[in-house]
Design a protein around this ligand. Sequence first.
Ligand code: SAH
Ligand code: SF4
Length: 371
Amino acid sequence: MKGNTAPMNTHELLDAIQHGKELQREHLRSILSLEDHNALHTIFQAAYETKVRQIGKKVFLRGLVEISNVCKKNCYYCGIRRDNSKVVRYSMPESEILTAAEWADHADFGSIVLQSGERSDHEFTNKIESLVAAIRERTGGRLGITLALGEQSPDTYNRWFQAGAHRYLLRIEASNPRLYAHLHPPDHSFQTRLDCLHSLRNIGYQTGTGVMIGLPTQTLDDLVDDLLFFRDFDIDMIGMGPYLVHADTPLAHEFPDFDRKKESQLNLGLKMIAAARLLLKDVNIASTTALQALQEDGRELGLQAGANVIMPNITAEQYRDSYQLYAGKPGLHDGPADTLGPLKNRIEKLGESIAFGEWGDPKHFFTRKSE
Ligand code: SAH
Ligand code: SF4
């Protein structure tokens, strides 16, 4: 059975990290199970220093536009799943998405992410194709375009790539097929998710994946396997965050004491970031909004634990209420411009600066391509 390794003492772990040894399963497990405050601080510091060596003291921005909450899937954890009839469904008109992209370009974000519920009908796939091309044209090719639009056919991925999208985020959610099956209805296939990731990479996308952290029935060994999955898949970007309960979902019943576990969810999220940075070194790692949902400065803590990307929500306020994957989403009453000023100050307080105007491609992508 996987994961039956002898526990490692903290001294051995810190020694391995300080000597830059390649981390193994037992090191990762030891990071995730650490409780000692000082030792954890040292780990976060080492992960942060690795980030600075690889990327510098800068943070890449991606303006997140939640373009539609219409979803044909029914993931047990997600607030906008098909069967949640309380959700008011919307799809932003193309003109509004373009306005958001132009706003991000003028604010010098460097990149945007278009995210939505999953649809694969022709109307949707065609709309995205023309939208991506229009964003490229309207912003003179200045804005990097990341898509997070779920599982699609290789042909669709290819058309969107040809139109000008160059990064794709598709979380594996849980790299353990048993856990994946526990989180999804029977017609949601782990193998399809994996095939999609392969196809994205083959097409030439900078490929991002990730998991939810602290899920019901998930073990520390599952999380260690997730980290090793990122490594073995040679992933370029990681977007992962704590699982947060949404009351109107089937999985909520499996986590009745969630409100009392927020601190440990946050800490586990931070440990995963640090472990991923120490293991993978040159990838982009997002400090996700789920961290901020647990604690106001959660994203800053993520940056201090080794993350290097922040995705400020630039969706118009009128849609934010209807795009709640989990409860406690921050900034529900903010507009696109509200977050940037305070965020800039917070980042500068950490001794970091925002890499305005940069695409912020992951170094790993180029290393991987040259090999
Ligand atoms: N439909 C697309 C993109 C939108 S969902 C997709 O599924 O890929 C984006 C991410 O939100 C998912 O990958 C999932 O990891 C995360 N998410 C959904 N519900 C969540 C919850 N309750 N807690 C934390 N993250 C959640
Ligand atoms: Fe739809 Fe994505 Fe939510 Fe699953 S996680 S229900 S695919 S929006």
